[in-house]
Design a protein around this ligand. Structure first.
Ligand SMILES: [Zn+2]
Length: 472
């Protein structure tokens, strides 16, 4: 490699993401459903001789959308190759992948801080079967093969070696998952996303180690942090860093050597004669473009510039497609700044507390709009609003009727409020005495008593003023 690096750490990623189609890449077997081993199979995905693969058009459309979202140059033709290797997870001894000409090339993806990371290529391929061991790989006396997964559609995304820290690698994965979610081509509840990472450090003269099969963005940061420390430690001890493939053990929190790489693997790629070349027409690209939603990065700009909400709030909201969609509906009726504050702070807080995801939320925009109208017009206090949000996340109900029934509207009537204040004063002579003898803080106790009497529907500031006037 002749490329000159300037950073202390150099990381490149190869990410495999499963596309959320209902059927496999080259046959009509379902990609999900029964987990009974080897039930979702046919001669094609079992690799029987003579069986012929037929491309799933939906998978192509999905991969095409990803290429477009990442700003890739699209290949004029879709060409599949056979990657030959001998291993029990692939009965036909080759994997159908793309090699010579990937579907997309030369794209980019921005990190949260704005740094743009180059995408070398995006290509489609089939997933191999799963190898099932009893207990650990080392101790298992035999291996079982489950072909349910064999032939599932994958996209592989290869980055340039432009990431300079484990945190950046984590952020890259996170941004990529956001794009996949927005495009509706990845289902986080059932699709798998895995990364192989190349990592090297300046101290070793950038000798790369490749870490295989890291699942999820939190794991990638952990694995790479471990690997940076290991490489630095070995160099400091005078050990030579070797070009090798390593595995990540997430339970032990460490990587270990699988095999050294004296030469690059030779897979004997040939163009697959069973799959016809498919022209990626302008019409197909336009069709895919028309179906693509506005993406998170565009939404952040729109929220900041058009809705005038804080960048930090915009980022949190745009990260999650369903939250962004809810926000836009609410912001068409309610002050966007207030809507952003309540969705980002309150709704997200309550969801986290209940360990709920946005897609599990039963309420819709009408509930939030009803609630925020009451907050906006000061008919209920912020405290009441927060409590209602908690209840709404549990189960939807009619907010306005509930407020009426429970008497939670703000006590707008000064007379009523004064009555509660007088009661609090009469009932708490000790606090009154303390206040009169100079302990200003004891008024807080009286305010608390009034808030209780009004079920939190009074504005504390107003109560404070009335109490002070009465105590003079
Ligand atoms: Zn099949």
């Amino acid at each position: 490699m002749t490329k000159k690096f300037t950073s202390d750490i150099v990381i490149g990623l190869e990410i495999h993401a499963e596309l959320a189609t209902d059927t496999k890449l080259f046959c009509s077997c379902p990609t999900h459903g029964s987990d009974e081993p080897n039930t979702r199979t046919c001669p094609v995905c079992l690799g029987h001789p003579g069986s012929k693969p037929v491309l799933n058009e939906k998978a192509l459309k999905y991969a095409l959308k990803l290429c477009l979202a990442l700003g890739c140059k699209i290949s004029p033709d879709l060409i599949f190759s056979r990657k030959s290797y001998f291993y029990p997870d692939m009965a036909k001894n080759y994997q159908i992948s793309q090699y010579e000409i990937p579907l997309g090339e030369k794209g980019k993806l921005s990190l949260k801080a704005g740094k743009s990371v180059g995408i070398t290529r995006v290509h489609m391929e089939e997933d191999p079967a799963a190898l099932v061991h009893t207990g650990s790989i080392q101790k298992s006396p035999f291996v079982l093969v489950d072909y349910n997964r064999s032939g599932d559609p994958l996209v592989e995304i290869v980055t340039e070696p432009e990431l300079t820290s484990p945190e950046e690698a984590r952020d890259f994965m996170k941004q990529l998952i956001t794009v996949l979610n927005y495009l509706g081509i990845f289902d986080i509840s059932r699709c798998v996303i895995k990364a192989d990472a190349n990592i090297s450090i300046k101290e070793s003269g950038y000798t790369r180690a490749e870490i295989k099969n890291i699942t999820g963005f939190k794991e990638i940061e952990r694995a790479l942090n471990f690997e940076v420390q290991r490489q630095k430690h070995d160099v400091a001890e005078g050990k030579k860093i070797v070009h090798e493939t390593r595995a990540w053990d997430s339970q032990k929190g460490m990587t270990f050597s699988l095999r050294q790489k004296e030469v690059e693997e030779e897979y004997g790629y040939i163009i697959d004669p069973d799959l016809v070349r498919i022209e990626i027409t302008k019409d197909l690209i336009e069709e895919a473009k028309a179906e693509m939603p506005e993406l998170a990065q565009d939404k952040i700009l729109k929220y900041v510039n058009k809705y005038r909400i804080k960048k930090e709030d915009a980022e949190v909201i745009a990260q999650e497609r369903l939250l962004a969609e809810l926000f836009e509906k609410v912001a068409s009726e309610i002050d966007p700044v207030l809507a952003a504050k309540w969705l980002r702070r309150e709704l997200v807080r309550v969801l986290n507390y209940n360990k709920k995801e946005m897609h599990e939320l039963e309420i819709d925009e009408s509930h939030i709009i009803d609630l925020l109208r009451l907050v906006e017009s000061k008919k209920i206090t912020d405290t009441t609003g927060q409590k209602l949000m908690e209840k709404l996340v549990e189960k939807p109900f009619d907010v306005r009727k509930y407020i009426e029934k429970e008497g939670l509207a703000v006590v707008a009537d000064k007379g009523a409020l004064e009555k509660f204040c007088k009661e609090a004063i009469d009932e708490n002579p000790k606090a009154v005495e303390d206040f009169k003898s100079g302990n200003e803080k004891s008024i807080q106790f009286l305010i608390g008593q009034v808030m209780r009497k009004t079920k939190g529907t009074a504005a504390p500031k107003e109560v404070n003023e009335i109490l002070k006037k009465l105590l003079k």
